[in-house]
Design a protein around this ligand. Structure first.
Ligand code: SAH
Ligand code: SF4
Length: 411
């Protein structure tokens, strides 16, 4: 067993990982990065990307250029509140400073390569990165606003059996600016399409009172391609930036980070003091099964993971959410429900039962709806709150990687 765990560790942590078992699709909610090249490499590695900096860091940057510190805050507001794409548009900065910024700094600007719009309002974007890679992000509409689901890596090295992301392997981490810009592009799109803002970025309210709901991204989930805790620094910085009141001002309580269970990352996250929601992709309540479905389990077993989750809930006073994809005949039996209930019962938690997005080449299937309801009932009978996740965007290529595959001529 020890040997197996060591072997598995090296597989999970090799650059390419064990991607062979991946299917071609995934949950609509679960989106996938592409490792396929979308165009010529044009990555500016010399200059600092100002989209990845907090206001204080921008202040340091401009004072380093001999400018007044408050200019940093102005730049932050232009980037995050007004979503400008160039220094030239920052019209309250002196022309000389704008020219200097263009010389000394850069701004990540994702390009929209494709989009798909669902009848239910869900939009899936394929964003091109400067080096020719691409990632997907999703905008979802709720009664009270919009949510953005963002990617944190191009590909993933965790190798979960039911997941399409690792299908093409791991390419690279996204930079903070590249994660931030997914939200900014979605927010800019909302403003331009819905007439919710004027050129200065101020919100407008229609005179007839209709549509007074704010046309803004109010919730963010780190549930796109990649493992956020495997790109820890960029993911945490991203959350701090989108939370900043001088920018998007998205409350930490409206940010959810989803992880397959990197225990050291969960512990580190607990120490950051960010009251975000932690979502753990559990998918199995027994080690033998989770070893197969979520290979990182071979390094951090369920007991260790649950201990870290318990500590996280206690130190942050936030409920931990557990994601559980129901796989027919694999993890959907009464005994599995009972094992899950005894694992997560007893501390602040919630279970999300996820309908599997069938993976073309994989062996997994969705259970019958009656089985899903029974599974939910068993959890509830044992005092565990459980919801069956509603599906959005099922009429578009919202399944993992489909839009990317189509755009890049791969299927
Ligand atoms: N790496 C992180 C976040 C991205 S995955 C994690 O694993 O949590 C986001 C969610 O999509 C996870 O809960 C993941 O298990 C789920 N997912 C992956 N493939 C899926 C599929 N084929 N059907 C349904 N959900 C899937
Ligand atoms: Fe997919 Fe998340 Fe597993 Fe990575 S960790 S392979 S993104 S489910």
């Amino acid at each position: 067993m020890l040997l197996r765990r060591i072997l598995c560790y090296s597989v999970v942590h090799s650059k390419q990982g064990d991607q062979g078992r991946h299917g071609d699709q995934g949950d609509w909610f679960y989106i996938m990065g592409s490792i396929y090249k979308a165009g010529p490499v044009n990555r500016d590695t010399e200059k600092v990307d100002l989209k990845g900096l907090l206001p204080g860091e921008l202040g340091d940057f401009v004072t380093g250029l001999g400018e007044a510190r408050y200019r940093g805050l102005q730049i932050f507001q232009w980037i995050h509140q007004k979503q400008v794409k160039s220094f030239d548009e920052m019209t309250n900065l002196p022309r000389g400073l704008r020219n200097r910024l263009a010389e000394e700094a850069s701004l990540t600007n994702l390009s929209e390569l494709a989009r798909q719009v669902s009848e239910d309002g869900t939009i899936k974007f394929l964003f091109g990165l400067a080096d020719g890679n691409a990632v997907e992000a999703v905008r979802m509409e709720y009664e009270h606003g919009f949510a953005a689901c963002v990617s944190t890596q191009v590909g993933c090295r965790m190798g979960c059996a039911f997941c399409a992301t690792g299908h093409g392997g791991f390419e690279r981490n996204l930079s903070t600016g590249e994660i931030v810009d997914q939200v900014l592009r979605i927010q800019a799109d909302l403003r331009s399409k819905d007439g919710a803002g004027d050129d200065e970025g101020r919100e407008k309210r229609p005179e007839n009172g209709e549509g007074s709901r704010k046309q803004r991204v109010g919730n963010v989930v780190l549930m796109g391609s990649g493992e956020p805790l495997d790109n820890y620094d960029a993911s945490v910085k991203f959350m701090r930036i989108i939370n900043d009141p001088n920018g998007l001002g998205i409350s930490y309580r409206r940010i959810t980070l989803s992880t397959c269970g990197l225990v050291h990352g969960i512990r580190r996250l607990a120490s950051e003091g960010l009251p975000i929601t932690l979502s753990v992709s559990l998918h199995a309540a027994r080690d033998e099964l989770r070893d197969e479905l979520v290979p990182i389990n071979r390094r951090f077993c369920i007991a260790e993971l649950m201990q870290a989750c318990r500590e996280y809930a206690e130190s942050t006073r936030r409920r931990v959410t557990f994601e559980y994809i129901l796989l027919k005949g694999v993890n959907d039996g009464d005994a599995d429900a009972l094992a899950l209930a005894s694992l997560v019962g007893g501390f602040l938690s919630h279970v999300n039962l996820i309908p599997l997005n069938p993976v073309e080449s994989a062996e997994f299937e969705r259970p019958e709806p009656s089985r899903v309801r029974r599974f939910q009932r068993i959890l509830e009978d044992h005092g565990v709150q459980a919801t069956i996740r509603r599906e959005l965007g099922s009429d578009i290529d919202a399944a993992c990687g489909q839009l990317r595959s189509r755009s890049f001529g791969r299927s």
